[in-house]
Design a protein around this ligand. Structure first.
Ligand SMILES: NC(=O)c1ccc[n+]([C@@H]2O[C@H](COP(=O)([O-])OP(=O)(O)OC[C@H]3O[C@@H](n4cnc5c(N)ncnc54)[C@H](OP(=O)(O)O)[C@@H]3O)[C@@H](O)[C@H]2O)c1
Length: 307
C-alpha cells in the first residue's frame, strides 16, 4: 500500500510502498479516506519524541483518520466490516501512526467511533486529535454559563473546536488572533472578542474584562502573561504542557474515549460544531502540508486526502 513514511528522524516525509498492516487481537483494520496534520505528527518527524516512544522504521505517519472497516481482529466487539469510522490511531508504539497510509490498524476499544450519517469522511478525518483535546480542555473548565474564557491559540486546530465548545456551553469567549483574517475566522467560530497576541495581550484582555477572565485555555503562548489575565481564583487549562508556579494549571490530554468522539461527531453532523479545513492536500503532498503547517498562519486544520 502507499503510505507517507520517514526512514529516519528529521527526514522529509515521502511516499513508499509498505506492507499492509495486519490487525492484532483487539484491533480493526481500516481503509483510510482522510486524515489531517497535527503538531504530534511534526514532532514525531523531528525526533523530539524518539526517547519517549518505542519506534521502528519505516515509520508511517499520521494520528487522525477517517475511513471504512475492512477487517475485524479477534476480541473486537462493536465494529463490523463496512462501518464508517474515525478517530485517533491508537497503538502500543505511539510513533507507529498510520493515518497517512491507505490502510491502518488501530485498537478498537479506544480512539475510534462511528461516523454518523451525513458527515463526510473527508471532514471526519480532521476531527480526531484536535477535537478530542478541545473536549478535554473545555470539560476541565467546569460549568461555563456566564464565565469568561480566554482561548490562547484559538486560530489552530484545537482552538477552533475549543472556541466553539466553550461558546456553546455559554461562555463569553475571548480568542487570540494576530490578523484581520484570523479575527474574522475566530468570530465566525463564535468568539465574542479577539485580542492580538503579538501586541500587549494582558492590556487588551484587561480592557475587555477589567476584573480578569475566569479561565484560560492554553494551546499556545506565554504562561506568565496568560496567568496575569486571570481573575482571583481563575485557572488555566493547558493542552500544551504549561508549567507555572503562581497559577492553578490543569494539564489535559486528548480524551479519545468513544463517547467523547461520538458526541463530537454528532455535533459536527448536526452543524453545531464546524470543522474549519483551511486546505486539503493529497497524500503525495504531505511534505508540503508539513511545510505550510510549520510556517504558521494556518486558520484551522490542514486535511489530508488519502483515497
Ligand atoms: N495534550 C494533547 O492530547 C494534545 C492534543 C492535541 C494538541 N495538543 C497540543 O495543543 C497545542 C495546539 O495544538 P493545535 O493542533 O491546535 O496546533 P496548531 O494548529 O498549530 O495551532 C496553534 C495555534 O496557536 C497560534 N499561536 C502561536 N503562537 C501563539 C501565541 N503566542 N499566542 C496565541 N496563539 C499563538 C498559532 O498561530 P500561527 O500559526 O499564526 O503561529 C496557531 O494558530 C500544541 O501544543 C499541541 O501539541 C495536545
Amino acid at each position: 500500500m502507499r503510505a507517507v513514511v520517514i526512514d529516519n528522524f528529521g527526514a522529509i516525509p515521502g511516499i513508499q510502498d509498505v506492507p499492509q498492516p495486519v490487525p492484532a487481537p483487539g484491533e480493526i483494520k481500516v481503509k483510510v479516506s482522510a486524515s489531517s496534520v497535527n503538531p504530534f505528527d511534526t514532532m514525531v518527524v523531528s525526533g523530539v519524541m524518539s526517547q519517549m516512544y518505542e519506534h521502528r522504521f519505516p515509520l508511517v505517519l499520521g494520528k487522525d483518520f477517517a475511513g471504512t472497516v475492512t477487517e475485524v481482529g479477534s476480541e473486537v466487539s462493536g465494529f463490523a466490516v463496512g462501518d464508517r469510522i474515525f478517530g485517533v490511531v491508537s497503538k502500543t508504539r505511539l510513533t507507529e501512526g498510520g493515518g497517512f497510509g491507505e490502510y491502518l490498524t488501530t485498537a478498537a476499544d479506544s480512539g475510534v467511533a462511528h461516523v454518523p450519517a451525513g458527515l463526510d469522511l473527508a471532514v471526519a478525518g480532521a476531527v480526531g486529535l484536535a477535537g478530542a483535546a478541545a473536549v478535554a480542555a473545555v470539560d476541565a473548565l467546569g460549568p461555563l454559563s456566564g464565565k469568561t474564557v480566554l482561548v490562547s491559540g484559538a486560530t489552530g486546530g484545537v482552538g477552533a473546536y475549543a472556541v466553539q465548545l466553550a461558546k456553546s456551553r455559554g461562555a463569553n469567549v475571548i480568542a487570540t488572533a494576530a490578523s484581520d483574517s484570523a479575527a474574522r475566522h475566530v468570530h465566525e467560530l463564535g468568539a465574542d472578542h479577539t485580542v492580538n497576541h503579538r501586541d500587549d495581550l494582558a492590556t487588551q484582555v484587561k480592557a475587555l474584562v477589567p476584573e480578569g477572565v475566569d479561565s484560560v485555555v492554553h494551546l499556545a503562548g506565554d504562561g506568565p502573561t496568560l496567568a496575569s489575565t486571570l481573575a482571583e481564583g481563575g485557572h488555566i487549562v493547558s493542552a500544551a504542557h504549561l508549567q507555572l508556579e503562581d497559577a492553578k494549571v490543569t494539564t489535559v490530554m486528548a480524551t479519545t474515549d468513544r463517547d467523547a468522539l461520538r458526541q463530537l461527531a454528532a455535533d459536527v453532523a448536526a452543524g453545531r460544531v464546524r470543522v474549519p479545513i483551511a486546505r486539503t492536500y493529497p497524500l503525495d503532498q504531505v511534505a508540503e502540508a508539513f511545510t505550510a503547517f510549520i510556517a504558521g498562519g494556518v486558520l484551522g486544520k490542514l486535511a489530508i486526502s488519502v483515497a
